[in-house]
Design a protein around this ligand. Sequence first.
Ligand SMILES: [Zn+2]
Length: 105
Amino acid sequence: MASPQPEIGWPRLCREEPRLDELAKEARRFRTTTAEDANFCRRQTWAAQFAAPVAALAGWTRQSAHGPEWLRSDEAHALARKKILRALPPCRGCNCPEAEEVVNG
Ligand SMILES: [Zn+2]
């Protein structure tokens, strides 16, 4: 929070890159579609389905030349990652030792 620049913020991020908002909604949908499943792994789902598309949209790995420069910042990537991880249902039955640290880190 000691950043000299104004905070990016999720609404601003989604305004510049609406695909991130779509990904967050997709992530949230797992709460319904996996509600009956005994096992769900937030980390695995993130890694398999969200990590690459998020990296292509936010952070230095961003593939589009469109949009403001701050979309390429680590801060933009960290915020998108946090939001989408939190939209996913929590781990259950997968024995993740540090499920919460993944979300907070
Ligand atoms: Zn897990």
